[in-house]
Design a binder for this molecule. Structure first.
Ligand SMILES: C[S@@+](CC[C@H](N)C(=O)[O-])C[C@H]1O[C@@H](n2cnc3c(N)ncnc32)[C@H](O)[C@@H]1O
Length: 248
């Protein structure tokens, strides 16, 4: 059901989250069905929900003329956080399977005059840059939406140059018995947030961080909580992980 333009951007996103039933027989079709009504309002609403993106992006070192692959890039808004560095990069691939979001990324790159930014329709689990490898690979709140998230991490590791850097920020819940040094969430946290996000096909997982540790030497690890719009009394857990690809 179409909504009048006069309704606020947040209300439109909430309307789509509440009313829109996700349909489709493939992952790509389901992503399109989920996002198509909210692509134009995506950035303003997600800014209040997806914490730590700016911190993750601004902590990364981008080499001059480097290749940056942003996997599950959505509207390509991550480039805004490092807009001063984008022109000095050889190529920025913004990889996503959802065309309505990629259209926003294409408009942004054109408006900014970023001819080296290439919004690309591809699967994060298999994408390879034309140049064959990348200096930096990022995932911001995309691993939890990629069913084969382990294949996406494997692919990031495969395309990263030796010593290349991965940056990840995402929601998570801890394992019931996490390793030393990892945050331990109580049953209520693990159950509530897993159930809450699964409604939108966002799958929180206690295995992302252990899997990232297997292939990447941690440079930064933050495990925190952040506010959720319209839920004043709770905070959703997220992590920021920066790591260097281990020698094979
Ligand atoms: C919550 S959004 C995050 C978008 C963006 N990184 C941000 O921080 O705003 C998750 C994104 O992952 C994308 N995605 C999910 N599965 C994917 C896959 N297999 N390959 C590429 N992108 C995928 C979705 O289409 C969506 O744009």
């Amino acid at each position: 059901m179409p909504l009048p333009q006069s309704i606020s951007s947040n209300a439109r996103v909430l309307w789509h989250l509440a009313i829109n039933r996700v349909t489709g027989s493939t992952h790509e079709e389901r992503l399109k069905s989920f996002y198509k009504g909210q692509a134009g309002d995506y950035d303003s609403f997600r800014k209040k929900l997806l914490h730590g993106r700016e911190e993750m992006l601004t902590s990364l070192e981008f080499p001059e003329q480097g290749i940056w692959v942003d996997l599950g890039a959505g509207t390509g808004s991550n480039a805004e956080y490092v807009a001063d560095k984008v022109p000095s990069l050889q190529k920025v691939y913004q990889v996503d399977l959802c065309d309505p979001l990629l259209d926003v990324a294409r408009e942004r790159a054109a408006e900014r005059g970023w001819s080296n930014v290439v919004p690309t329709h591809a699967d994060a689990t298999t994408f390879t840059p034309e140049e064959g490898s990348a200096d930096v690979v990022t995932f911001s709140y995309s691993l939890t939406m990629i069913p084969d998230w382990f294949a996406a991490i494997d692919n990031a590791c495969r395309i990263l140059k030796p010593g290349g850097i991965i940056g990840v920020v995402d929601f998570f819940v801890s394992r019931k018995y996490p390793a030393d040094g990892m945050v331990k969430h109580p049953w209520s946290t693990r159950t509530f947030w897993t159930t809450w996000f699964a409604n939108d096909n966002v799958f929180l997982n206690g295995d992302h961080l252990p899997y990232l540790h297997k292939y990447f030497t941690p440079v930064t690890l933050e495990q925190r909580r952040g506010k959720v719009p319209f839920l004043p009394f709770v905070r959703a857990p997220h992590y920021i992980f920066l790591g260097a690809k281990k020698a094979e």
